[in-house]
Design a binder for this molecule. Structure first.
Ligand code: SF4
Length: 396
């Protein structure tokens, strides 16, 4: 963890230099962040300058009903320097899993941040918040998760919900759960909130959110679920490298068949990409090594609210998807459009454009319906009759 007094004065680059991070790695990181934010590479220079000069605000990270998977996603990297840079973007004053202090010393660090940097620090929440029975299902230091979240998040500049549990309740909120689990936005209404849903969230999206805040002095534009548009503005289906096979009616019928070996569409194996808004295809995982669909497994829709109830069974075909070969809207919202507008009008305009295009596309295609409060409504459309070619029919 960083020293608060030291980091208030330092820009990111100064801190990185002390850690012997090379200029080359720093520039590479800034370039990757421009890509993650769907900005033209010309924005890399703006990000570099901002991170060189900006003072780092404090960050506190709360863990409630969670598995720490989002901490892992944020802090683990196959490229150690990348993780170093993420750690130095802000002054991490409190994080139960990785901080050195424990007990009263740790709680003092949290309280000092709340009182001394009120309205300036960022709060990250990982895990859902239990509301049943006065929140007894998750307590830390004798206080309920709800009480802690109310104090910490209400005094923060903004709150970032890391992962689907913190954003929408996630797995603890699935049918049968007894804890009354909800996301932080529902537990503490009225926050300035960014929901980085997915199970876990992609650490690159957290880094991109922080970089956006440090570079443009504002949080990224969001959709109606408070999810940043750079990460959730597009359906996976519209950027999937297997999309041409979907349009051509070429589907994997069973694991290991010829279509699977040829990289055909996984829709009939249960892929939820047509109903999931996330940037997996663009940024991928493990420093861009690969992603689930890339290695031959369908999307499970983990970035969507209530995915554990609405996207299961994971290996059954998603119902209610429009006819094959007619969904050609992805070209209308290509990164070229976004990039051109961004160059002319800046990042806020980018968010506006993505929002408009997404709304247009959503109206034209079928997705899992989601209410304003983040709850997925029951899908009532019956499964479409399968009239497509099988891989064997097409392949032979
Ligand atoms: S159904 Fe899944 S595998 Fe097929 S194109 Fe859509 S996202 Fe890709």
């Amino acid at each position: 963890m960083n020293n608060t007094h030291e980091t208030l004065k330092d820009g990111v680059w100064a801190a990185l230099e002390r850690r012997n991070v090379s200029r080359r790695d720093f520039l590479r990181f800034c370039s990757v962040m421009a890509g993650a934010l769907a900005l033209p590479q010309s924005y890399t220079h703006k990000i570099v300058k901002a991170l060189e000069q900006t003072h780092r605000p404090a960050l506190v990270w709360l863990e409630f009903q969670d598995c720490a998977g989002n901490s892992e996603s944020a802090l683990r990297s196959s490229h150690p320097t990348f993780a170093d840079i993420v750690l130095d973007l802000l002054s991490w004053n409190y994080h139960e899993t990785v901080m050195a202090p424990s007990g009263k010393a740790a709680e003092k660090s949290l309280q000092d941040t709340i009182t001394q940097q009120k309205g300036q620090y960022l709060a990250v929440v990982e895990g859902s918040i239990p509301m049943a029975n006065n929140g007894v299902y998750c307590t830390i230091g004798g206080r309920s998760a709800l009480t802690i979240a109310q104090e910490v998040c209400s005094n923060a500049y903004a709150t970032i919900a890391a992962g689907t549990c913190a954003a929408f309740g996630g797995i603890p909120a699935a049918a049968g759960g007894i804890t009354g689990a909800v996301g932080v936005g529902q537990a503490v209404p009225g926050l300035r909130l960014i929901n980085l849903s997915a199970c876990p969230m992609n650490g690159a999206n957290l880094a991109a959110t922080l970089v956006h805040y440090l570079t443009f002095k504002e949080l990224p534009a969001t959709d109606n679920l408070s999810r940043p548009l750079f990460a959730h503005g597009d359906r996976i289906h519209d950027n999937c490298p297997r999309r041409a096979h979907y349009d051509a009616g070429q589907f994997v019928q069973e694991w290991g068949d010829e279509g699977h070996r040829q990289g055909w569409c996984l829709y009939k194996m249960g892929c939820k990409g047509p109903a999931t808004n996330y940037n997996c295809p663009r940024i991928q995982w493990n420093d861009g090594t690969n992603w689930p669909i890339g290695v031959g497994h369908g999307c499970v829709g983990c970035a969507q609210p209530n995915f554990w109830d609405t996207m299961t069974p994971f290996y059954s075909t998603l119902p209610g998807i429009g006819g094959f070969g007619i969904e050609s809207t992805s070209e209308e919202i290509g990164l070229g459009v976004i990039g051109t507008v961004a160059a002319l009008s800046g990042i806020h305009a980018v968010g506006t454009i993505i929002k408009k295009q997404t709304a247009k596309r959503t109206a034209a295609t079928t997705t899992i319906p989601v209410s304003q409060n983040g709850h997925v409504q029951n899908e009532t459309t019956p499964p479409q009759q399968d009239t497509q070619q099988t891989p064997n029919e097409t392949h032979d």
